[in-house]
Design a protein around this ligand. Structure first.
Ligand SMILES: [Zn+2]
Length: 228
């Protein structure tokens, strides 16, 4: 059973286990903080332990939030942007109507004369959203059949600290828009990961067992997501 406590505004999952010592962990996957604690340890002791470590936890979380999920761009001509892991040179051209096209190795952003960097970013973000929207139905169909679960809703969100999320109670899954920039296998991995949460909510050995069964290469893909 996982219980939650909140210390200094930080939500902490507590997993009771048959162990002697307490272990504190900040997930590199979603920045979530969890503690493994001995079965009979008092809550007060756990809170005291967390309070003593709070600066370290905050530092780890900050490190995670500043991670490389979101690239920084100026949205100017010549900049390299990615779609499904492949690099394209951004070309800014002016026209009467805003649009985004891929031609050979170029990502052509047609904008009106007075388009600001924010507006360019917005145009590209919407374009990435459409790319993901094209891929997601096929991937969800495929993996829902294989895993034998069904997501009630799937949304695309531009998130800073996680690749996806799953509300297991309402069966709502969110996929990070930034995945459109990574190799397609990364998107597939996140889809499988979030769907497997409908079988097992936490990242425990049961969860990993399902991942090994459905996507044996998941560990390598996860490393790719961290290193790019
Ligand atoms: Zn997860």
């Amino acid at each position: 059973m996982t219980k939650k406590i909140i210390v200094s505004n930080i939500e902490i999952d507590i997993n009771r286990k048959n162990i002697k010592n307490m272990y504190l962990r900040v997930s590199g996957h979603d920045g979530r903080v969890s503690i493994s604690a001995p079965l009979r340890m008092k809550n007060e002791e756990i809170i005291k332990f967390v309070t003593n470590k709070i600066q370290w936890i905050e530092k780890q979380k900050r490190k995670f939030e500043n991670s490389n999920i979101q690239y920084k761009y100026d949205y100017v001509d010549g900049e390299i942007h990615y779609l499904w892991g492949k690099p394209y040179v951004l070309r800014i051209v002016t026209g009467s109507k805003c649009r985004t096209d891929i031609i050979d190795d170029s990502l052509i952003l047609t904008i009106k004369n007075d388009c600001t960097a924010e507006q360019r970013e917005k145009l590209l973000t919407e374009w990435y959203r459409r790319q993901l929207k094209d891929k997601l139905p096929v991937l969800f169909d495929k993996w829902e059949k294989i895993i034998g679960v069904h997501a009630e809703s799937v949304s695309i969100r531009n998130m800073k600290s996680r690749w996806g999320s799953c509300n297991t109670r309402d069966k709502r899954i969110s996929i990070n828009l930034q995945l459109a920039k990574r190799p397609i296998m990364c998107l597939e991995y996140v889809v499988v990961h979030e769907l497997v949460h409908l079988l097992e909510a936490s990242h425990n050995h049961i969860f990993k067992g399902y991942m090994d069964k459905y996507l044996p290469e998941w560990r390598g893909i996860k490393r790719t997501l961290r290193s790019v």
